[in-house]
Design a protein around this ligand. Structure first.
Ligand code: UD1
Ligand code: PEP
Length: 442
């Protein structure tokens, strides 16, 4: 079985560079479907399995996608297909983001129902409510959701019951080509929404207010391909900031954007980590003070991100004192707790809160990632555990961390990846092979 093996106890030093954001690039690639003329050129595209999956979805839709020197070239000028099949949606829920662009561009979309996953049931009712408000008819059956509209979508006011990131993105993309004005209220405010709006506006859309709770979209007749540079991944950056803290090291996280990371910066500072904002990144120094426990509650942006909750939990286990971690975004995002317990953590779950006993003497163990960030948390715990930790379930980690092993090795971690045959492999090599196989080279 593929695994990552970590020998804990090494300090980290130097710098680690942040890749383009998974959660920004996925909607940006989906939005490229809207470009009736010209080619989109997307820069800073991370080599991640989720990116391969969305490329596969576009290729299935008859859209030309080429990769050259870190950039994606997307040509959607031919009339796209209308279906995102189960094979892709099953692998990655974010495939549902093609629905808004397809509906706007072709008047119809058929997408496999994404279903739940390890962190929760994750319905898409808010996406569908938005499409219906724009005039689409929705049908659900045989594991698929279908949306269609006669002629153009029509702008409308849409109030989201929850500030859903995906629903905000999907509705925003659909509304770009609608007749008239759409206003999304209680919209998600995540930086990835701002990045998507920036790209759509470069394609010719008229969107205002992205990054606030009210987004106004004035529909236009057509959009064309545009150039766009994806924002750095704040969750990857946060994971490496926590890596510095958990190993009581000093690291420069190059490319981390401070305003995207305020909730983490604030919590780490409260714990006693020295954070210095630099021109092109964030320096994290946890060498000098004893780190204190803090409580954490996840919230939609600008609250503490749920995607950093498992990693933060690993860190809090090593702090002085007890902490309470409350997960308010997803109903089931504590799957990493049982695995951390294998590593000698003392954690009790009551409802949506986990009660952690600090100063844990973490021990190396065999553990399995149940989802992407759970995997990151187990690697972080492995960096400080006594002895050898073996992390399985690497397909989750490959969805969202570009070369995590290589990046940590370069900072001094003792971490190795093995393939199924038990051979040591280098992750960048793996990624390059996948790019070749899955995205045709220009
Ligand atoms: C590809 C991507 O960008 N993924 C991110 C995105 O996921 P995603 O867009 O799926 O997350 P949402 O913001 O939509 O989900 C937030 C909560 O709303 C619920 N909900 C959502 C939509 C809906 O129609 N009905 C409904 O009830 C979900 O079940 C969840 O409990 O935002 C999450 C919350 O920051 C992050 O953890 C994910 O990493
Ligand atoms: C939950 C995540 O992603 P997704 O929404 O793609 O499952 C994540 O990035 O942690």
């Amino acid at each position: 079985m593929e695994k990552i093996v970590i020998y804990g106890g090494k300090s980290l030093s130097g710098q680690i560079s942040v890749s383009g954001a998974k959660n920004a690039v996925l909607p940006v690639i989906a939005a490229s479907i809207l470009g009736e003329k010209g080619t989109s050129v997307i820069d800073d595209v991370p080599a991640l399995d989720d990116v391969f999956t969305i490329i596969n979805v576009l290729q299935h839709l008859n859209i030309q996608v080429k990769y050259k020197k870190g950039k994606l070239y997307i040509d959607a000028t031919k009339e796209p297909g209308t279906e995102a099949p189960y094979e892709y949606v099953r692998k990655m829920r974010a495939s549902v983001l093609v629905m808004g662009p397809l509906l706007a561009r072709t008047g119809q979309a058929r997408v496999a129902l994404p279903g739940g996953c390890a962190i929760g049931s994750r319905p898409i009712d808010q996406h569908l409510k938005g499409f219906e408000a724009l005039g689409a008819t929705i049908k659900i059956g045989n594991g698929y959701v279908e949306a269609y509209v006669d002629g153009r979508l029509k702008g409308n006011n849409i109030y989201l019951d929850i500030p859903s990131v995906g629903a905000t993105e999907n509705i925003m993309m659909a509304a770009t080509l609608a007749e008239g004005v759409t206003v999304i209220e209680n919209a998600a405010e995540e930086p990835e929404i701002v990045d998507l709006a920036k790209y759509l506006n470069a394609m010719g859309a008229r969107i205002e207010g992205a990054g606030t709770g009210t987004i106004r979209i004035e529909g236009v007749e057509a959009l064309q391909g545009a150039a766009h540079k994806v924002i750095p991944d704040r969750i990857e950056a946060g994971t490496y900031m926590i890596a510095a803290a958990i190993t009581r090291s000093k690291l420069f996280v190059q490319g981390a954007v401070p305003r995207h990371l305020n909730p983490l910066i604030s919590k780490l500072s409260d714990m006693g980590v020295d954070i210095t904002i630099m021109d092109d990144g964030i320096q994290v120094d946890a060498r000098h003070k004893e780190l204190k426990a803090v409580d954490v509650k996840t919230m939609p942006h600008p609250g503490f991100p749920t995607d950093l909750q498992p990693q933060m939990m690993a860190l809090l286990l090593t702090a002085k004192g007890n902490s309470i971690v409350t997960e308010s975004v997803f109903e089931n995002r504590f799957m990493h707790v049982e695995e951390l317990k294998r590593m000698n953590a003392n954690i009790k779950i009551e409802g949506r809160s986990a009660y952690l006993q600090g100063e844990a003497k973490l021990q190396g163990a065999k553990v399995t990632a149940s989802d992407l960030r759970a995997g990151a948390a187990l690697i972080l715990a492995g960096l400080v555990a006594e002895g050898q930790t073996e992390v399985f379930g690497l397909h989750h980690i490959d969805r969202g961390y570009e070369d995590i092993v290589g990046k940590l090795v370069a900072c001094g971690a003792d971490i190795i990846r093995y393939n199924e045959a038990g051979e040591v492999i280098s992750h960048p090599h793996l990624a390059a092979v996948k790019w070749k196989a899955q995205a045709s080279y220009a």
